[in-house]
Design a protein around this ligand. Structure first.
Ligand SMILES: [Zn+2]
Ligand SMILES: [Zn+2]
Length: 634
């Protein structure tokens, strides 16, 4: 969003001057520069990428200085990471283009703020020299947001590597990569073998093109519906001969998601997959013509194959939802402040819902697996204390705090926030089933998504330089849902999207002949959960604010020593609880820092419930038919 300057009541002459100044500035900004990025990696073990941004200035330009800026965050991961913290050795010089005889000159650089450097370029203008702005950037994380350079490979995401020229993010850019001998370069815009040079329409598209460079990645290709698909895998561990089957199952996901949306808007798409085998690197990130998927284990490890397909089903759905059909705030971006959008429950949550549903439609999951997964999402959301405080839209706006953000300050977010992933997933699920029931199977959330894609991406005129179409607002989505439902659906949005009421699960599942079952997880309510990092004690990791534990004054970090006179261990607490009924009291001894505290607790009704979805055997034939259509997409 842009802060609007109020000019009402301003003197008319001042207003004219303001407009004149604005138009001169706009004209100066509109003249595109010749911008080329040179990326080198001469010492992989240093983890330092070497970046040079070459800027050719038009002879008649008024520009006397150029500002180079490092993004504070990058699209798809909304926490602010301040990538400028990893920059070093920032320099600028004037260099002679080929055929011109001149001596290079050093240019003065001033650091303006935490993310911006200004190079004085006035002296190069009359000489015809190019500005060469260079720096090194440290990169030692394998993820969909950060980058990694080491002796095995280079894997980069442009947002944390490439600065942009302020006011020239929209200009076309070229990229040339100089990689170590025998390392091969691949990304979602590779068109020929051994390619090392690219042209991009703007900086945003360049940084949307994550790239892998290594001597030993593999590539398996398939073609579907006239489109070329590349499955690039860099395995740091044993594959157990599972790769051919993985590629075949990826193709099933591509077929199923294309069947719902229609043809994707690209000629070729690349799945960049890492099996990091380091027990911690794990991520998935969507891009226009590729995705980065990073799994922490080896492909041969138990569960890794299924995890990878789950990530693929989610990320490939983003080809349509979020990368092209997008909330208005998601592209082009202002990288000087965090993104603020109410729409991540649609962009991420509904993608999460379809990621799961599509695996059932592709035949990779059976009904039990899908119902179990959806039940687990509902269980997570309905048991979270934050779900009674934070709506789906507020959760979207809180993305900079909750999407992988690291907090130096203690927070209460565990009790006050929810994730827009499961929240958006359960809202998408309920909305889908209600639409199917309401229209007797004539329409569904599939139709809503297709209508949105058509109206905002395919048919809207381009609103900005960045991409086709225009972004949507929350009220646009609400309007399309009502149109597809052929009835007013505003009550759904008021109560379940903008407010914190639980959606009508029973009613939704009944539309497709399913029963929604709630069962207490524990016999009594206490309101604490253990800190699982402490294996030798029962240390409290979380206290529900509305619980018996909160009333008893228990705190995060307390070590529970005795409960009802019996010693507590990390594994016996549930067994101890089973001896009590709601309303009974138990004596407690806890260790709080150096102090031993004696107190008591009055146990309550169970607060944590498990939610399950089961088939109604006696469901009417019509609802069974709706269920079959939902599960098959036909
Ligand atoms: Zn790699
Ligand atoms: Zn996603």
């Amino acid at each position: 969003m842009i802060e609007r300057i109020r000019v009402q009541g301003a003197h008319i002459a001042c207003l004219s001057l303001l407009l004149l100044a604005t138009s001169v500035a706009a004209l100066a900004q509109e003249q595109p520069l010749h911008i080329k990025y040179w990326l080198a990696m001469s010492h992989p073990n240093s983890h330092l990428f070497e970046v040079t941004i070459e800027v050719g200035l038009p002879a008649d330009t008024r520009i006397s200085s150029l500002d180079f800026q490092m993004p504070k965050w990058s699209p798809g991961r909304y926490a602010v990471f301040d990538f400028a913290k990893n920059l070093q050795e920032v320099r600028a010089r004037g260099a002679c283009p080929a055929g011109l005889d001149c001596s290079p000159i050093n240019l003065t650089i001033t650091r303006l703020d935490d993310q911006t450097w200004r190079a004085q370029v006035g002296s190069v203008k009359p000489t015809g020299m190019s500005v060469m702005f260079s720096y090194k950037v440290f990169a030692n994380d394998l993820s969909g947001t950060f980058s990694e350079l080491d002796s095995r490979h280079a894997n980069f995401n442009g947002g944390c590597i490439f600065m942009y020229v302020v006011n020239h993010k929209q200009d076309p850019v070229a990229l040339s990569i100089n990689s170590p001998k025998d390392w091969r370069i691949v990304n979602g815009r590779t068109e020929k073998p051994d390619q090392s040079e690219w042209q991009f329409p703007n900086w945003d598209i360049m940084t949307d093109t994550p790239t892998e460079i290594a001597p030993d990645w593999t590539e398996d290709d398939f073609k579907f519906d006239g489109k070329q698909y590349h499955v690039v895998v860099h395995s740091m561990g044993n594959e157990g001969s599972k790769r051919p089957a993985l590629v075949r199952d990826i193709e099933k996901i591509v077929r199923t998601e294309t069947a719902m949306w229609g043809a994707p808007e690209f000629d070729s798409y690349t799945f960049l997959i890492h099996f990091a085998n380091d027990h911690h690197s794990s991520d998935g990130m969507e891009h226009l013509t590729s995705t980065q998927i990073i799994e922490s284990g080896a492909l041969a490890d138990p569960g890794m194959y299924e995890d990878t397909l789950d990530a693929i089903a989610h990320e490939f759905f983003h080809v349509w939802n979020v990368k092209r059909l997008r909330p208005i705030e998601l592209g082009p971006w202002d990288f000087t402040r965090p993104a603020n959008t109410r729409g991540l429950w649609i962009a991420e949550g509904i993608t999460n819902y379809y990621g799961h549903l599509m695996q059932r439609r592709a035949g990779l999951w059976d009904d039990a697996k899908l119902f179990g997964t959806l039940g687990a999402q509902i269980t997570e959301i309905e048991n979270a204390p934050g779900s009674r405080l934070m709506s789906a839209e507020e959760s979207s706006l809180s993305a900079p705090f909750i999407d992988d953000a690291v907090h130096a300050q203690q927070t209460n977010l565990a009790n006050t926030s929810i994730s827009y992933y499961p929240k958006g997933e359960v809202l998408g699920l309920v909305l889908d089933l209600l639409l199917r029931g309401k229209t007797g199977g004539r329409a569904s959330l599939d139709d809503v998504m297709r209508r949105m894609y058509e109206e905002f991406y395919l048919k809207s005129p381009n609103a900005t330089y960045y991409l086709r179409g225009r972004g949507y607002r929350p009220e646009d989505f609400e309007r399309i849902v009502s149109e597809v439902a052929a009835g007013d659906m505003s009550d759904f949005f008021k109560r379940y999207v903008r407010d914190v009421e639980s959606p009508p699960y029973e009613e939704a599942f009944a539309q497709v002949g399913l029963r929604f079952v709630r069962e207490p997880r524990q016999p009594v309510g206490v309101g604490i959960s253990a800190d699982e990092s402490d294996k030798s004690n029962y240390t409290i990791g979380r206290v529900r604010p509305d619980s018996p534990a909160a009333v008893a004054g228990l705190e995060v970090g307390d070590r529970l020593m005795f409960f009802g006179g019996l010693k507590v261990t990390p594994t016996n607490f549930l067994r101890l609880l089973s001896r009590y009924k709601p309303g009974e009291r138990a004596a407690l001894i806890v260790q709080r820092g150096a102090r031993t505290v004696q107190t008591s607790i009055t146990l309550g009704e169970p607060q944590i419930l498990n939610y399950r979805i089961e088939e109604m055997k006696d469901a009417p034939a019509e609802t069974k038919a709706l269920r079959a259509a939902w599960l098959s997409g036909k």
